[in-house]
Design a protein around this ligand. Structure first.
Ligand code: HEC
Length: 409
């Protein structure tokens, strides 16, 4: 007995719930520690206690005094709290989701014949290459090149990232492409925790045990990759929720939309990171937000790959001048109701994906705008055109909605 669509839906729910909670904890910790590093007050000159900085916090009705310290010969304190399971839980639950939703469970499309002709197996292999290949390239560049030529390493990683984005958006379903690039960045972050930060913390503990103090060289290495992680957080979060925005992932230039999201996320992080020593940060933050919003607006409103439904547009020959509800409904019944129904015949997504049903005229009428958006403009429905909707049918639906989308005769 296989797991079946209901089983995958349940795995999706449980893994997603855990994933979001663990990610909030991981990112929350990362933000708080980076924030503390930038607000610490340095000790008075001549201090020999090993203090690097201190700060006062007020939270939930109490004062907290935090000291960052190299321990100054005090030896290892106990108990000592490590932060790593938040990262590992986030990655493990995310990997489970990727498998249950995209690779095996069939809850979302990997391949898309409108983008490239790949079998499901080929698309999954490419998805694995993006996630694990991305981590491998990052680790290789970090270890082999970055210690000697940090600038060269940065340029290589930047170019490699753009190449991955182009490959992903040219070969996979747009939604899957965005998600896999997000999974790649997130796996690099988890890899940084598992392969650099935690091992150097072990070395740090060893150096304290042997000398009583922390070796600053070891601390610096962990800090460097943790700053990378800090810059990746905002881009990863937006990529993880990008599946709700078909105008971006299925627009005219998905690769450009993806790069705008990633660059804007990292730029906002940068401004927030540097704001303590940068007087004009509010102006720059505003400029980044406006520029990113304008760029996304332009990308979302670029003419779609399909011409609109105006009478006389190319490909419209033979369409009735006035489209009746009966004609539109026949198309919806034929191409959409397999999934969007109280009693769907295609159960791979469970009943009525996204809660959308087209069983009655009222249900159809209440979704006109989204029907046009998904079936006519972005052409992201039917999902990977599983029901073989024709170009003419899209234009017909488009014209019917353009003419008011009336469901009464
Ligand atoms: C093979 C199954 C399948 C078919 C056929 C299908 N859909 Fe969907 N639909 C989905 C899934 C899965 C989702 C949720 C994921 C998403 O939004 O991409 C969805 C979500 C939607 C949504 C809600 C999300 C939003 O963007 O507002 C609308 C509207 C929609 N589909 C319209 C249509 C229309 C119109 C058709 C027919 C032309 C259609 N679908 C055919 C599977 C299908």
């Amino acid at each position: 007995m296989g797991i079946g669509p209901r089983g995958f839906e349940l795995i999706d729910l449980v893994a997603r719930w855990i994933h979001v909670i663990a990610a909030i904890m991981w990112v929350g910790n990362s933000m708080l520690f980076n924030w503390m590093d930038r607000t610490l007050v340095k000790p008075a000159p001549g201090d020999t206690t090993g203090t690097i900085g201190t700060t006062w916090l007020l939270h939930s009705g109490a004062f907290y005094h935090v000291e960052k310290t190299a321990l100054g010969g005090r030896g290892l304190p106990s108990p000592l709290h490590w932060f790593k399971w938040q990262a590992y839980t986030t990655w493990l639950s995310g990997a489970m989701l990727l498998v249950a939703v995209y690779w095996v469970g069939g809850r979302a499309a990997m391949e898309d014949s409108g983008v490239a002709r790949l079998t499901h197996g080929q698309a999954v292999a490419l998805g694995m290459f993006i996630v694990f290949g991305g981590v491998a390239v990052y680790e290789l560049v970090q270890r082999a090149i970055a210690p000697r030529a940090p600038r060269v390493a940065e340029v290589l990683l930047g170019l490699g990232f753009v190449a991955m984005v182009i490959v992903a958006t040219r070969m996979l379903n747009g939604r899957a492409a965005f998600l896999h690039i997000g999974a790649m960045l997130a796996s690099i972050m988890a890899g940084n925790v598992a392969m650099t930060i935690v091992p150097s913390q072990r070395e740090l503990v060893k150096s304290v045990n042997s000398s009583g103090s922390a070796d600053p060289v070891i601390s610096a290495r962990a800090k460097r990759v943790s700053i990378h992680n800090n810059y990746f957080t905002f881009p990863v979060i937006v990529l993880m929720v990008s599946g709700h925005f078909p105008s971006l992932y299925a627009g005219r230039a998905p690769w450009a939309s993806l790069l705008v999201l990633v660059i804007a996320g990292a730029a906002v992080r940068h401004v927030l990171n540097t704001r303590f020593s940068f007087a004009a940060w509010r102006v720059v933050l505003g400029a980044v937000l406006v520029a990113a919003t304008v760029a996304l607006y332009v990308l979302m409103t670029l003419p779609a790959r399909v011409v609109g439904a105006a009478v006389g547009a190319p490909g419209e020959e033979g369409l009735p001048a006035v489209v009746t509800f009966a004609e539109a409904r026949r198309v919806i019944d034929r191409r959409c109701a397999a999934c969007h129904s109280m009693t769907p015949s295609d159960l791979s997504f469970g009943a009525a994906p996204a809660g959308v049903m087209f069983d009655t005229p009222e249900q159809i009428a209440s979704h006109l705008g989204r029907i046009r958006e998904r079936a006519v403009v972005t052409r992201t429905m039917p999902l990977v055109n599983k029901t073989n909707m024709t170009e003419r049918e899209r234009l017909l639906i488009g014209r019917w909605i353009e003419q008011g989308g009336k469901t009464a005769p």
